[in-house]
Design a protein around this ligand. Structure first.
Ligand code: SAM
Length: 300
């Protein structure tokens, strides 16, 4: 601070500085000081089908966070992260309907019945699903169950695994020079003797994203090569995308089965096929220089 020769001036200057500091500090100090619009309704007797995003709680929408804090009951799946569940007040009811290790998921009809029962008891209900509720999450069946019981439903989208995985690997899903189309595919059809239309899937101008495909990597690589994609066509696997334990493998259709056998990845895992994968920085130096999301990138 400059020293002023006139003591009165100095006094005024100090007072001015103190006041400006007090006025400006709250604006810049912490993001937490910013007021977020977390007010709104969460209606009794209504079900909210809410996307929890890919696991990183900061990737939750503000609306999802608000509803989780307000709902009387939350019905949730296996892929919802602990940080997200931590937002649910202890006074709210919680119902886990995901698959326990080695067991089947709760049947879909039972989940529908539970949501209808809770709503009819006059509760506000959040049906929380990993990623986006509209992407491979049986939302259509749940909407049908609610409609049949005349229970009002609201949909709150979430960040799907494909968006999270691409962001955390620092690549686009579409790109003018690489892929003008993007396709989300369930790998449940990709058994060795399965029925995917490999000819239709084997395109060089698009990015293919396979959900639920960790056990089908061999079939996917084989099917796409047989249908005409080159052996060196890029493919990447991202497990636990956007979470602290994220792991990835980057390779080609020819070598990925071997890479995966040598370095097995855990579930949940997403498979991305297409030339956008060429943009992944794979050298240790390049990875160290980039920080595409909070998750560390392990590329064996
Ligand atoms: C039943 S689908 C649910 C998809 C979810 N609704 C979404 O929009 O991401 C489950 C599959 O999503 C993918 N998945 C979900 N979360 C993931 C994550 N954090 N990292 C990688 N893959 C994920 C995996 O392929 C997993 O087998």
């Amino acid at each position: 601070m400059p020293a002023l020769s006139n003591p009165l001036l100095q006094k005024w200057f100090n007072a001015f500085m103190r006041l400006s500091h007090r006025a400006l500090t709250p604006l810049v100090q912490h993001a937490a000081d910013i007021r977020l619009p977390l007010r709104g309704e969460c209606r009794a007797g209504q079900v909210y089908l809410v996307g929890a995003g890919s696991g990183d709680a900061e990737l939750l929408t503000l609306k999802a966070a608000r509803l989780l804090m307000q709902a009387d009951a939350v019905v949730y799946d296996r892929l919802v992260g602990d940080d997200v569940l931590a937002l649910i007040p202890s006074s709210s009811e919680r119902y886990y309907v995901g698959k326990a290790r080695g067991h089947h998921s709760v049947p879909q009809a039972e989940i529908g019945g539970l949501m209808v029962k809770l709503a009819r008891e006059g509760k506000s209900v959040v049906r929380l699903k990993g990623g986006d509720p509209a992407v491979f999450a049986r939302m259509g069946e749940e909407l049908d169950a609610l409609a049949a019981a005349q229970v009002a439903a609201t949909i709150v989208p979430g960040i799907t695994a494909a968006s999270a995985a691409a962001a955390c690997m620092g690549i686009p899903l579409t790109d003018r020079g690489h892929a003008q189309q993007l396709r989300f595919v369930t790998a449940q059809l990709c058994r060795e003797d399965g029925t995917p239309d490999w000819q239709a899937l084997a395109r060089k101008d698009e990015t293919l994203v396979f959900y639920m495909g960790l056990s089908k990597v061999n079939a996917i690589c084989h099917g796409l090569r047989q249908a005409g994609l080159p052996d060196e066509w890029p493919i990447m696997l991202v497990a636990n995308a956007s979470q602290s334990e994220q792991q990835s493998l980057v390779g080609s259709l020819a070598d990925m089965p071997e890479k995966l056998a040598a370095t097995p990845l855990p579930s949940p895992c997403l498979i991305v096929v297409g030339s956008v994968v060429q943009r992944v920085a794979t050298t240790p130096a390049a990875l160290a220089a980039t920080n595409f999301c909070s998750a560390p990138q392990t590329t064996p």
